[in-house]
Ligand binder design. Sequence first.
Ligand SMILES: [Zn+2]
Length: 86
Amino acid sequence: MPGDLITVSDPATGQEWRLLTDFTSPGESWLVLDRCPECGTEVPVVRIACLADLGDYLAPETDLVLDDEAGDPSVHGAGCALVPSH
Ligand SMILES: [Zn+2]
């Protein structure tokens, strides 16, 4: 996977998050890497513009809306149910 990888850690929980620079708007948005709930592969799940957006993504009341990048079959395991079949 190409791109600049940034690791952000949450001091409250010790949890680490890996962010990937979004090439369509470098310096302005990032893609959050997280485990795919279906195949367990680390994939870019959502696009964020700031760390507050990461907080929104992590908030339990937020419905998870996968970004376009998350539907790229090349980043998922074989036969992953989240990959749209065309
Ligand atoms: Zn998957």
